[in-house]
Every structure is written in C-alpha cells, then in structure tokens.
Design a protein. Structure first.
Length: 179
C-alpha cells in the first residue's frame, strides 16, 4: 500500500503538536464530558464579560471530543463568529491546549500548523479543566483575538482555577558570526 506523502506529513505534524512542549510537561488527560448546565453557566459568564466591555460575541462550549454542548450568540455579533467560536473551542479540546498556543507557533514561523485538520490557530479557545482533566473547551469569537481570549478565560474560570500553559522553551541562540 502506498502512503500519501501529504497524509504522512500531517500525521507527523499532529503528533509533534500534541507532544509536550517541554520534557517535563505532559498533556492533561481527558475527563468526563462537561454537562449542559455547567456549559451554560460558563457561556453566561463569558457573555456577561463581553457585555461589560461593549463587545458582541459568540460563545461555544464543547465536550472533550470537540462536539458542541452549548452555544450562544449575542445580538449584533457578526455571523462569521458563529462557526469561528466553535472551531476555536474544538481546537482547544482536540489539541489539549489554548488555541493561542497554535497562533503563537504560527507567528513564530511554524506555518505547517496551518494545515493541521481541526486546528484554528487564533486566540479565543481554551480547554476547560476540572480535577486535572480536560472536560471540554470554550471558544469565543467576535472581537479582537485578545478580547476573545479575555472573554474565554472568564467563562473557563467558572469551573475553578484553570492551569496556565507552560512558558515556551527558550529559543536557540543565534549562530556565531564567522571569524
């Protein structure tokens, strides 16, 4: 059987993405699925934060498999944000990290992350962690990336303190100048 080289590349990239960024960092395991009532409370908190700042946003909460549990779109939210909020949440759930981590990788030159299936590398998607396990994720769209991230953080915080991502590994030093 002949393997498609593009499929092989995507598989290798996906494995590299889900691998820990540091030797001591392990990805969090998946836990039980977030319930509809808890998902609604997270979305309510996120919407309250958006309203407080005068932003119109869409908020999606998904289960660990990236499937929609709860969704809310505020009046006057751009229609494109409906799908984007769901994709940001799905990205955070499937890759077990904030969607901003992928955005930062792409900004750092790893443009190959742009072809990973199911990955939207734009800030605003956060895993939801309860008792050290990912029970779902929240995704927000409608403002700037930073605004979306701020609103998602408020929604995720309804589940209790959320782990902070590990800082990125230091960059390799530049090559020495020739003598």
């Amino acid at each position: 059987m002949t393997r498609n080289p593009i499929s092989a590349l995507v598989a290798v990239l996906a494995l590299a993405l889900v691998a820990p960024s540091r030797a001591d960092a392990q990805p969090l395991p998946y836990g039980p699925t977030v319930g509809a009532e808890a998902a609604r409370k997270a979305a309510d908190a996120a919407v309250a934060e958006a309203k407080k700042n005068g932003w119109s946003m869409a908020v999606a909460v998904v289960d660990p498999g990236g499937f929609l549990v709860y969704f809310e779109k505020m009046d006057q939210t751009q229609l494109g944000s409906v799908q984007v909020s769901q994709e940001k949440a799905r990205t955070a759930a499937l890759f077990r990290r904030p969607s901003k981590a992928l955005e930062d990788a792409v900004s750092g030159g790893k443009t190959s992350y742009l072809v990973l299936p199911g990955a939207l590398p734009i800030e605003g998607g956060l895993p939801i962690v309860v008792d050290g396990k990912i029970v779902g994720a929240i995704g927000v769209s409608g403002g700037s990336s930073v605004q979306d991230g701020q609103v998602a953080k408020v929604g995720a915080a309804t589940f209790g303190p959320q782990p902070q991502p590990a800082p990125p590994a230091p960059a390799a030093p530049p090559p020495a100048a020739p003598k």
